[in-house]
Design a protein around this ligand. Sequence first.
Ligand code: G3H
Length: 557
Amino acid sequence: MKKQAYNYFKLQAERNNESKQHSGELTRLFPSESEIPEKFRLNSNLDWQRILINGQITPWKGALTEVFSPIYIRKGDSLDRKRIGSYPEMTPLVASKALDSASRAFSSGKGKWPLFAVSKRIESIEMFLERLENQKENILRTLIWEIAKPYHELEDEFERTKQYIEQVIKVAYQKEKDSLLPRREKGIMGFIHDEPYGIVLSLGPYNYPLFETFSLVLPALLAGNVVIIKPPKFGVLFFDFLLEAFQDCFPPGVVNIISGDGKKIIEPLMKSGEVDILAFIGSAETANRLINLHPRKNRLHSLLGLGAKNAAIVLPDADLDVVVPESVLGALAFNGQRCAALKIFFVHQKIEEAFRERLLETVSKTSLGMPWMEKVRITPMADPERIPYLHELVTDALNKGAKIGNKSGGKSLESIFVPTVLYQLNSKMRIYWEEQFAPIIPVVSYHDLKEPVAYLSNSPFGQQLSIFGTKTQTLIELINLVKNQVSRININTKCQRGPDLFPFTGKKDSAHGDFSISNILNYFSSKAVIAARETELSEALFQSLQEPKNLDIKQRS
Ligand code: G3H
């Protein structure tokens, strides 16, 4: 298919020769077919034409959604968008079958899976992890083409996913062990244990289609729920490699996968009122729309990872040797397509020029290219359709007095958006407030800390903040001023989710719930208590309750 994407660069190219030269350079970033390394070639298209519902894998005969890679293929001077496959464009009817199948599998908590001992659920999940490992190369190769994430980052994502689940399994064991000890307080004794909620609808994001899908889905299953997974818009094809694993590792109906137009297939599910938990990572707008469709809002529980516009505050005494590399990593890793990316920099005016010079030098050395290149940082954007929006943000800032610091900043070609350092910014500009989710580095020069502090209070987001400085007392004062605005303050380091044992959450419109290893299971189960006065009869009853034949709590140890 010939490219359809917005081509700002070519518009510019018509205006001047310099742009033509840049256009040529950017064109050459894309590979010709023969330049694609053998290991990363897709030898055939990935046409996913099967569905998994109610434990059955059946051929899909309905409409398909075609998938095109953000990696264009160079042919002479032109670029073609590469078709890499297709997936089932399911109808609301098929989605409702998935819901019925999930509902039967849960059967108000009387289904096979929710009644399984935790140790048995763990066995299934460990078996699934092994099957996932067997598909590693297929999955990573597919993801390279779907979202153009650098290969080494995909490898990290894969390992992180496995480690996350292995550690959640340990937490599950411990929780079960703890639940075996009756608690005693004020003459009342009680068994306190976890019970699943029911049907989880899981919607992960395209920037971490593997980690942020499985770090929701597998804990949800571990807790005894059943799931309906809707893969993200990009990063969907690899699910085809896992259908047999889902079928073999879990009882029928426990895992259901739906794909297609989210509006068409997700909205009816929410409207049915049958979804118990919405596990969602994406925009607050979409989350609110979905939640509002649910007719029984008190029944619906939500675990939400939403937008963020994490700021960095660079104090006048900051060590630029530390600030600059952390800033570049924080802003540009995976093209800035991370919710935790640094998306605005407040730099004290005393060092703003020095910071900018060093920043520009480092940005100029940042390597642009294809995701299989070693040490590549900037790759094609997973969603090239967002590039016109990025130009809007840059143009708006330039019209209001901002400047672009780097020579090629503000340029794009098809899916490549060149890292762009914007400075001389003020609060009238859209980039000051809006989440770019892209390799744009906005730098604001401040003379009074009141400006970044006010920014944090006025921002709708509240995920994380980075503070760079070397004076302990100043750091303490600033921490105290802003600690109620964000959920994590990073000192002399970029913002990030990891280590995954740390709480990962957000204030205001940034999150609802905590995605950490330690806490994730709490969002997928509710506490159930059996309580009685401490009498001889109760002691005998509790003793018997622990017997496997009477209550499955004991079996789970
Ligand atoms: O997209 C948001 C990610 O969850 C943040 O995680 O800091 O590992 O990129 P990260």
